[in-house]
Write a protein of this length. Sequence first.
Length: 242
Amino acid sequence: MRARVSWNRSRPRRRRSLIGVEYFFLLAGLITLDCYIWVNTSSTLYQAYQDWAFDQTLRGLPPSVDGFVADEFSWLRGTNKPAPEQQGQTPGSVVPEKAPAHSMVIGRLEIPRLEVKAMVREGADEGTLRRAVGHIPGTALPGRIGNVALAGHRDTFFRGLRNIQKDDAIDLKTEDGIYRYVVQSTKIVSPRDVDVLAASGGETLTLVTCYPFYYIGSAPKRFIVRATQVASNPLPQPQRGS
C-alpha cells in the first residue's frame, strides 16, 4: 500500500520534469530558428542594399539608407523612375591604382544560365563571405592582367555552381564596365592547393567554393571554376524597375 502511494506521488514530479524538458527543447529550437532567420535576413538585406547602392554609384548619385527605403517603396507601388545621372560624371572614369580597402564593393557577379547573382566585395574572411562573394586579396582586379579570384559559400551565393558547365557565360559588372568570361574548366582540389590562385598571363577568373556541395560540416575539398575573359564593354546605364 505504501509503495503504491509513493508511486502515485512520484508521477506528478516526473510529469513536471518531462514538461520542463519539453519547454527546454522548444526554447532551444526557437532560438535556433531565430538565429537562422536573422542570418539569412541580414544577408538578403545586405545584398539588396549593396545592389541598389552600386546602381546609384554608377549613376553618379550618393547612396543612402533613406534613399534605398524610399526607392524600394516607390518600386513596389510602380511609381519609381530612373534617376538622372549627374552632369560631369561618367561611369568607369576612375580606375583605382591601389588595392581596394577591406569590405569595399568590387562589383556584381552574374551567371545568367544558373540565375546566380551576387554582390562582390573585397576580402575572403567569414564576415565577408556571410554577406557577399569575396574577392580574394592579392589577386587581380577585373579589367587587369592576371587571375581574378572570387570565393563564396557553397550553400548560399555559390550554390548554383554545382550545375555549372563548360562554355557558361559569367559577367562581372564593375564601375569600369562589364567583363564577360566563359568557363573553360572545373576541378576539385585540396584546400592546400593554392596554385589555382596563381597569376595568369591573360585575363582569367577563378571561382572557389567548398566541396562536396551537400557535405554536412566543414567540407574537405574545394570546387574550382576557371574562366577566361572574352569581352569587356562600356557600362550601360542601369534602370531600376525595367
